[in-house]
Design a protein around this ligand. Structure first.
Ligand code: F6P
Length: 341
């Protein structure tokens, strides 16, 4: 078979390991050929291709980013659409496409599959917010990076007796905040799923401070401040029309300082969480997903994506990944909150 491959949406550590896993097993076991499309759906619509042989994927599973490039492009916009994509399929003599991406990518993949285009999906998001898979690759790396950063914030916070606020990614859900905050021993964790008042937050900060600790507050970028209708956003919209988040940490730090009198500093970890070498866990997960995507192509399971359930890689229809978010359950937050303050 000739198989196209693209990575779309925000990058996540492990994308290259998916590509390598798929290309290695595809070429050496099944004698498939591969065509890489650059910058997500954009490359498919514009027929912008890269060769993808064993040679190109040599040693890339430890590399961050994606050798194919990525973008947030809607394949139905501009000169895109079903007819154009069928044309590009024909020009490249493609039998199938593997689309690696998050909710937006999988939603587009579903529309295209419904129109008869042969696509298998691989889920991706550092936020870990896709319901149909237990973990997405990139999440473990992001948590590790955030935890290491917080360990550092704690030593400088301790040295100055300051409250340190660390802002992490998490548009709709607080998994990165919950896991990195727990790992770093945060005194408060603020996530999009929970309404936490400034009064409660300052009580946790004060109680940690009164015990002689430098309070660490972890806040997810998608947290909504008490009394606000939306998460904090001051940077316009992204290509999918979603508000660009970021800055909530800088917003709450002076509020904490004003209410408690404790000197407070904020750090936004931002894209550092998505860059660099993937963890071993993410490399293994991503490699297995890439290999499983080839098995799904071999079985002609169009409209399905590969996913992690427990320790097994399974196949689920695209629609199972769409529409419902994997939020932090109340009991997981309550469990973490027992250690706040
Ligand atoms: O969706 C994943 C994510 O990492 C979000 O947490 C964040 O809001 C967004 O991507 C930022 O991505 P970018 O700056 O690349 O648009």
């Amino acid at each position: 078979m000739r198989i196209g491959m693209l990575t779309s949406g925000g990058d996540a550590p492990g994308l290259n390991a998916v590509i390598r896993g798929a290309v290695l097993v595809g070429t050496s076991v099944y004698h498939h050929e591969f065509v890489g499309f650059t910058d997500g759906w954009k490359g498919l619509v514009e027929n912008d291709t890269l060769p993808l042989t064993r040679h190109e994927v040599k040693g890339i599973s430890k590399q961050g980013g994606t050798i194919l490039g990525t973008s947030r492009t809607n394949p139905f916009e501009g000169r895109g659409g079903v007819d154009r994509i069928n044309e590009v399929f024909a020009e490249n003599r493609l039998d199938a496409l593997i689309a690696i991406g998050g909710e937006g990518t999988l939603a587009a993949a579903k529309r295209l599959t419904d129109a008869g285009i042969r696509i298998v999906g691989v889920p991706k998001t550092v936020d870990n917010d896709l319901d149909a898979t237990d973990y997405t690759f990139g999440f473990d790396t992001a948590v590790q990076i955030a935890t290491e950063a917080m360990d550092r914030l704690r030593t400088t916070g301790d040295a100055h007796n300051r409250c340190m606020v660390a802002e992490v990614m998490g548009r709709h859900v607080g998994w990165i905040a919950l896991h990195s905050g727990m790992a770093a021993g945060a005194h408060a964790i603020l996530i999009p799923e929970q309404n936490t008042s400034m009064e409660q937050l300052c009580a946790w900060v004060q109680s940690a401070y009164d015990r002689g600790r430098a309070p660490l507050v972890v806040v997810a970028e998608g947290f909504t401040l008490d009394g606000a209708d939306e998460p904090h956003s001051e940077r316009g919209l992204d290509a999918f029309g979603r508000p660009r988040l970021g800055g909530i940490g800088e917003l709450i730090a002076p509020m904490i300082e004003a209410r408690t009198g404790i000197e407070t500093r904020a750090t936004t970890l931002g894209h550092i969480q998505r860059g660099g070498t993937p963890s071993a866990f993410d490399r293994v997960l991503a490699t297995r997903l890439g290999m499983a995507a080839i098995a799904a192509v071999n079985d002609e399971r169009w409209g399905e994506m590969v996913a992690l359930r427990g320790t097994e890689i399974v196949r689920v229809p695209f629609e199972a990944a769409l529409g419902s978010l994997k939020t932090v359950p109340q009991e997981r937050y309550d469990e973490a909150a027992l250690l706040f303050g």
